[in-house]
Design a protein around this ligand. Sequence first.
Ligand code: MG
Length: 385
Amino acid sequence: MKITDVKVISFKATTRFSPTRWGYGVWGEEHDEVQRILKIETDEGAEGYFTGGNTYFVPPAPEVIERIVKPMLIGENPLDREKLWQWMMGHRGLSEAVIGVVDCALWDLAGRMTGVSVASLLGGYRDRVKAYASTAPNLGSPEVYAEHAIECKKRGYTAYKVHANIYWDPEKEEPAPGKPAFPEADLEICRAVREAVGDDMVLMLDPWGIYTLEESLYVGREIEKLDYYWFEHPMDERKTEPYRKLTEALDIAVLGPEMEPGSLYTRAEWALQHASDMGRIDTNFGGITGVRKALGFYESIGMQCELHVGGFGNLALFGSTSEETCEYYERGLLRPDEDYDAIVPPYLLAPCDLMDENGYVSIPQGPGLGIQLNWDYINDNLVYG
Ligand code: MG
């Protein structure tokens, strides 16, 4: 079997999410944006697809695929995932996010042609995973977060993660990019949430990398008193030494690196340096093949690794790992004014991450990654050129 084509299918889809000029996203008016699906075709009719189901995993612009990926993959056996992964990782013109999308589509192809889920191909372990409610940032006052956390608990979530004031001045209610952050205001939110949900809900805090070391030490010690479970990505991850100091100083589990490139290699370096207590990665850092290797490393040294964001690729990895290594699925980002359960992207026939009333998300049973594409919608909204 040989790969005959690698295509990017572009189409319009509505969204309420837009990036700001400082790089982070905000919620606003509904508008159209270009969404993409990656498709791999073979001479034997087998096909593989990947799309994220959210903005984080949008496949790359067609140019990168045409210029680098297609010449590399055409004529190759799509089942040689390891070889193709090594080739892609060795090409400095490809980001780990692009490699991730292509690698996930190769896994999807293998699953579709054999009629099993990617979780089964990897070696099935479980068919559901505990989820935490992951808030959008800048939701408002501590009371808004507290009420939202109670709603999430009623919905079945057993864990809740706060994204508090991210590049946002809560007093002036206006963007505040750069430093300083607002650790006092963030802590008010953390306290209000703990008080609202009681002692039995698992809580986490993610300052999205905007604190200094001093702020991180201060906030970390305060949320230890509130019995928070982990303290995620509090500082810029390009500097490892402050993380090593923070991890040594705090009792609460420091979690990272989330956004650092380097796939499994960076994760191993951080672990060897004791720069965090729990690891982090997702399929945007080298695909299922890269993440699976990282998870094997974490498992072998007895370290937890909590997968970043949701998505079809991550769910397959959850399906093939134990809770001891990967405990929680990140569901969101959630907002009080929006029913996440009711939102299915128009180009999908079924949502990615259905959650039951006990707070468990089911692992798609395939075939492949379980992406069910709505071809009527996609064909009606195609974007050419
Ligand atoms: Mg995070």
